[in-house]
Design a protein around this ligand. Sequence first.
Ligand code: HMG
Ligand code: MG
Length: 288
Amino acid sequence: MTDLAEIFEVGPRDGLQNEKAVIPTDRKVAFVDLLSQAGFRRIEVGSFVNPKRVPQMGDSGAVFAAIRRVPGVSYAALVPNLRGLEAAQAAKVDEIAIFASASEGFSQANIGASIADSLDRYREVAEAANAAGLPVRGYVSCVAVCPYDGDVAPEAVARTAAALDAMGCYEISLGETLGRGTPEAIGAMLAAVTDRIPPGRLAGHFHDTGGMALANIEVSLKAGLRVFDAACGGLGGCPFAPGAAGNVATDAVYRRLTELGFETGLDPDILARAEAIARGLTTVGGEV
Ligand code: HMG
Ligand code: MG
């Protein structure tokens, strides 16, 4: 029997959020529409955050309004607070993601709140979303290294993950925000987290600054994880994580998972076109 693994495409959100060039809404829509044909079950399309802080995501509502939704695909968005949730509901997102941190430095830089305060805020968001029947995914950022605080203890990651789990997140994505985590550090972190949350409810989200993302995915597979976030073109990074490079590229994850005998359900030809579009979006920016 073939082992299944899923790639959660985060390119339209994490991939594009850090781009300085203005990428026109219609080009984002074309990118998402192509991704919808590739076989992804979940696509992170945008975020409903303060547009002054992340201008590139300011048109997320317009992107959601214009995409052609394929039945069976869940179109997701990041939501930082109740105001973001309202905007996400107005845009008819299929699921939301709330995003906390395992390190205080990044929590302050990213969302202007301590970990504890952010969890209080997210509890309200998750409660309201769950009451409305909207699935909630949780992110933990800085699961290995924080750009401000340095190495992050595995237990700190497990604590934030457990808090998101207790709010009713259906899956927790473990964000290696800086892309500097070693396979050893990832292994230790996963041991701590899987003590509290079964691996089938976890996802790996690896940025690839140090070229270790694929090795970190292999460590995660051994720990039982079967969902990995990736961005076509290897784009991305968080504007509030200086020094972080893009997400691991979707085609690289697809090839590695396939080599290892996992079935992803993705169409490699459409994936190749999406990779080309993603790279073109950032090199041409608003010119075409
Ligand atoms: P704040 O700016 O810290 O302070 O917001 P505030 O709450 O006082 O709000 C200030 C302004 O934002 C006000 O407007 C609010 O109305 C507005 P002003 O009076 O200045 O005109 N505002 C909003 N506008 C639109 N939508 C909203 C909203 N909320 C407030 N929902 C906040 C706090 C969290 C909103 C802010 O800090 C923010 O938007 N931060 C951006 C965080 C972000 O998007 N980071 C990148 C994504 S996380 C990531 O990339 C990591 C991940 O990939 C995993 C990994 O790799 O680790 C997920
Ligand atoms: Mg990220």
